[in-house]
Design a protein around this ligand. Structure first.
Ligand code: 7TS
Length: 418
C-alpha cells in the first residue's frame, strides 16, 4: 500500500451499516447450493475489502522487514506497521503507543502476562482469580503458571443465566490474590461482565486486572483508561483483520517492570556475550520479525470499524440479538444457554436431544454456518451438564434475513430428526 492509499483509509467516509454487507466478499457465495449465512463470527469474522486490499497492497508494493532497513521499502513497511499501532492506541483509548504490544492473538497476550508479569512475582500459596465462564486461553496459561510456582487457581462461580456472580467474585479477592483475569464478553454465553465494578473492587485491594477482550472489541466501544484495566488482550481475526495478529495493552508502569517474554532480534538495544540491554517499550516484547501484514490488516480493520461507528454497530447487533433470541424462543424444544440480561452478539442453544454437531452439519447443508461443541469453554459445558451447544454469533454484516434463514434451517433439522 502506498502512503496515499493509507491516508485514504484514515479519512474513510462514514459507512452506513446497512451497506456494510457488500464490503465483505466472503459473504457473497453459495454453500451447498444456498447463499451463505455466516453466523460464526465469534470464532473468526470475515474480512472487508479494505482489509484484504491493505494486506495485498503491502505485499505487492511495500513488503520489507521493519525497523532495520535504510531503504525505502523498509521505511514504508515500518510506517505502515507503526501506523497500525497508532490506530490500535486510539481505538482502545490507550494513553501511549508504548502500551500497545503486537502479539499473535489473545492467547499469546495472556501467556505473556502470565509468564512475564506474574511468574516472577508469585510464591507458593499466592492465588490467581478467574471465573467459571472463561475461554481455555484464560484458564490454561494460569494452570501452567500454578504448576510452575505453587500458586493456586481460584474460580469464581457463575449463575444459571451465565452471568458471573459478582458478589462472590469480589469476596474471593483476598490478600493472596495476585491477579484477577476475566473475560469482557463470554464467547460461549455472550454475557457482558460488569468490568467497572470488578476492576474497582480489585484495585481497592491493589490487585491488577487482566481483561480478555477477544469477544468485546468488534462489538463494544472500549476505553481502557476509563475501564482502568491493567491488561487488555484481543485478537485481530475476530474484528475483521487477519489471523495471527493480536494485541496486549498494558499500562506502561507495569510493562516497565516486566522482563521480556521472548529473546531475539528487535527486542534489544545492544547484545554482547557478557550481557544484553533490552529495547524500549513496546519493542522489548516484540522479539523477531513480527506479523507485519497482519498488523497492517488490523490497522485497516480498525479504520473500517471507526468508519461504521462502534455505537452504531452495538445498536444494530443488540437489535439483531433480541430478534435472534425471540426467534429461537419460538421453536418448540429449544433450550437457550446463556440468558444474562447484559449480553453481546452470541446465542448458544440446544434443540431437543439432537447432538449439536448434527445441528451444525445439517445447517451447513443449507448454507448456514454456526459453531458447535464446547467452544473452548469446557467448564461452562460442565456447569450446565451438557457436552456442547450450537452457537450462532453475529457481526455488523448480519441482518434479519440471516436469522430467518437460521430458523428455517432449524425447522428442517427438526423434521429430519422427527
Ligand atoms: N478469549 C475468548 C473470550 C475467545 O472467545 C477466544 C477465541 C480466545 C480468548 C482465544 O483467541 P485466539 O485468537 O487467541 O485464539 N474464541 C473462539 C470461539 O469462541 N470460537 O473459536 C474461537
Amino acid at each position: 500500500m502506498t502512503h496515499s492509499a493509507k491516508v485514504s483509509i484514515l479519512t474513510a467516509e462514514p459507512r452506513p451499516i446497512a451497506a456494510c454487507r457488500a464490503d465483505f466478499p466472503g459473504l457473497a457465495q453459495e454453500i451447498n447450493g444456498e447463499p451463505l449465512v455466516y453466523l460464526d463470527s465469534a470464532a473468526s469474522s470475515q474480512a472487508p475489502n479494505v482489509v484484504i486490499d491493505a494486506v495485498a497492497d503491502y505485499q505487492r508494493h511495500d513488503h520489507a522487514n521493519v525497523h532495520r532497513g535504510v531503504h525505502t521499502l523498509s521505511h514504508r513497511a515500518t510506517d505502515l506497521y507503526e501506523g497500525a499501532r497508532d490506530a490500535v492506541q486510539e481505538f482502545i483509548g490507550a494513553g501511549s503507543r508504548t502500551e500497545i504490544v503486537f502479539t499473535r492473538g489473545t492467547t499469546e497476550a495472556i501467556n505473556l502476562v502470565a509468564q512475564s508479569y506474574c511468574r516472577p512475582k508469585l510464591d507458593a500459596g499466592d492465588k490467581i482469580l478467574i471465573t467459571h465462564l472463561e475461554h481455555h486461553s484464560n484458564i490454561v496459561p494460569w494452570q501452567m503458571l500454578c504448576k510452575q510456582t505453587g500458586a493456586e487457581l481460584v474460580v469464581a462461580p457463575i449463575e444459571q443465566t451465565g452471568q458471573v456472580d459478582t458478589r462472590q467474585l469480589i469476596e474471593l479477592m483476598d490478600d493472596r490474590v495476585r491477579i484477577v483475569a476475566v473475560a469482557h464478553v463470554s464467547n460461549a454465553l455472550g454475557s457482558i461482565l460488569p468490568l467497572e465494578e470488578i476492576i474497582q473492587a480489585a484495585h481497592h485491594r491493589d490487585i491488577p486486572v487482566l481483561v480478555d477482550g477477544a469477544q468485546a472489541v468488534p462489538h463494544l466501544s472500549i476505553d481502557v483508561r476509563t475501564l482502568d484495566a491493567d491488561f487488555y488482550a484481543f485478537s485481530g481475526h475476530k474484528m475483521f483483520a487477519p489471523t495471527g495478529i493480536g494485541i496486549l495493552y498494558a499500562k506502561e508502569a507495569l510493562l516497565e517492570t516486566m522482563p521480556p517474554y521472548q529473546g531475539g532480534g528487535d527486542m534489544i538495544l545492544e547484545v554482547r556475550f557478557d550481557g544484553t540491554t533490552y529495547n524500549e517499550l513496546p519493542y522489548k516484547f516484540e522479539a523477531g520479525t513480527p506479523n507485519i501484514s497482519g498488523a497492517i490488516g488490523l490497522g485497516a480493520a480498525i479504520h473500517y470499524l471507526n468508519s461504521v461507528g462502534l455505537d452504531e454497530i452495538a445498536a444494530h447487533e443488540n437489535r439483531l440479538l433480541a430478534y435472534l433470541t425471540r426467534s429461537l424462543e419460538g421453536i418448540d424444544d429449544i433450550r437457550l444457554i446463556g440468558t444474562a440480561d447484559n449480553k453481546a452478539s452470541v446465542q448458544s442453544f440446544l434443540l431437543g436431544d439432537i447432538h449439536p454437531h448434527d445441528i451444525g452439519t445439517i445447517l451447513d447443508h443449507q448454507g448456514v454456518a454456526i459453531r458447535t461443541g464446547h467452544h473452548c469453554a469446557m467448564p461452562v459445558m460442565d456447569f450446565y451438564g451438557i457436552p456442547g451447544t450450537a452457537r450462532a454469533s453475529l457481526a455488523l454484516y448480519n441482518n434479519e434475513d440471516d436469522i430467518d434463514r437460521l430458523i428455517a434451517a432449524l425447522a428442517k433439522t427438526k423434521e429430519i430428526f422427527a
